[in-house]
Design a protein around this ligand. Structure first.
Ligand code: PBG
Length: 324
């Protein structure tokens, strides 16, 4: 079939026609909002490398969670910033039943029970080395770390977390966490695995936000090589076999090919994490007048859906929902 029998522009000729033939859409149901929580009360502090994003003390984070829920947000993803004095090489603070994460889960579930509370499961905010695992002789140990991560995950479940999000990239952690949950009777606690997480330079602003930058070396022995594609598929399939309910690609924009590969390969929901560096780049470009913030933001978000994601973890979520 060819021109003029077919004219591609016919289906673009009016707003009504474009609305009718549009293949993907965004709604408040698509988003999970990251929340950064710190000790103290009544504090809301700016994060210099993430303009318009804040760290909240727990009282304000709880109010924020309520406000987000009222705007239509379905889920939050909790991260805590731990004081240096609490950091060590054993993850002790991560397992404290009265630690900041544990208190945060309980407070937010109590204040807004319908809001889905997901938690970051990884040791880097608690690590004196700034690594996602136990360090021995400059190596990040896998199995010793997994043992702690399962206890950490169980502790979050006991506090009422609806979903655990292991972001560490150790091998076997999904199976170990799933078995710990089943054994303790937490059969409905979901696992959203950071299954294809790359060793990316886009995480810089986040590491400022949580003061969690690695003290030596980099994360390339556990996070994935940015040059690889097939590995993302095998990593993800293994995580599903180990019991992950939702899988994730991270970062977002530069990895849309991976989102699409996974959408073609797996039958579980796919989340994408639009990370701190992506957020910061757009803020910086818009502040300089180089790009229109809202249009570029919406274009990126719809691209995640088009690529095959059904959940978007994004620092832009609230603003995007307000524009929908
Ligand atoms: C660490 C973790 C990171 C992010 C989420 N969890 C950073 C890292 O791996 O160093 C990055 C999020 C972002 O950049 O927005 N477990």
């Amino acid at each position: 079939m060819m021109y003029p029998l077919y004219r591609n522009r016919r289906l673009r000729a009016s707003a009504a026609m474009r609305d009718l033939v549009r293949e993907t859409s965004l709604s408040a149901n698509d988003f999970i909002v990251p929340l950064f929580i710190v000790e103290g009360s009544k504090t809301k502090t700016a994060i210099p490398s993430m303009p318009d994003y804040f760290r909240f003390s727990l009282d304000l984070a709880t109010a924020e969670a309520k406000r987000l829920y009222d705007l239509g947000v379905k889920g939050v993803l909790l991260f805590v910033k731990v004081d240096d004095a609490q950091k060590d090489n054993t993850g002790a603070a991560a397992l404290n039943p009265d630690g900041l994460m544990q208190r945060s889960i309980r407070a937010i579930k109590k204040a807004v029970p319908e809001l889905l509370v997901a938690t970051d499961v990884a040791l880097d905010p608690y690590s004196s080395f700034g690594h996602d695992g136990i360090v021995k002789e400059d190596k990040v140990l896998n199995d010793a770390t997994v043992a702690i991560l399962s206890k950490m995950a169980l502790s979050h479940a006991e506090c009422g977390a609806d979903m655990l999000a292991p972001s560490d990239m150790m091998d076997g952690r999904i199976l170990s966490i799933r078995q710990a949950l089943e054994k303790a009777g937490y059969v409905n606690t979901a696992i959203m695995s950071y299954s294809a997480k790359y060793a990316s330079a886009f995480y810089g602003p986040f590491r400022d936000a949580l003061d969690s930058a690695p003290g030596f070396g980099d994360k390339k022995t556990y996070q994935m090589d940015v040059a690889n594609r097939k590995e993302a598929i095998t990593e993800t399939i293994r995580d599903i076999e180990e019991g992950a309910d939702i899988v994730m690609v991270k970062p977002g924009m530069a990895y849309l090919d991976i989102v699409r590969d996974l959408a073609n390969e797996v039958q579980v929901p796919i989340a994408v994490y639009q990370v701190s560096g992506e957020y910061a780049m757009l803020k910086a470009a818009a502040a300089k007048g180089l790009l229109d913030h809202d249009s570029v933001m919406m274009e990126q978000l719809i691209a995640f859906k088009r690529a095959g994601a059904s959940i978007i973890v994004s620092y832009h979520a609230e603003h995007a929902i307000s524009l929908l």
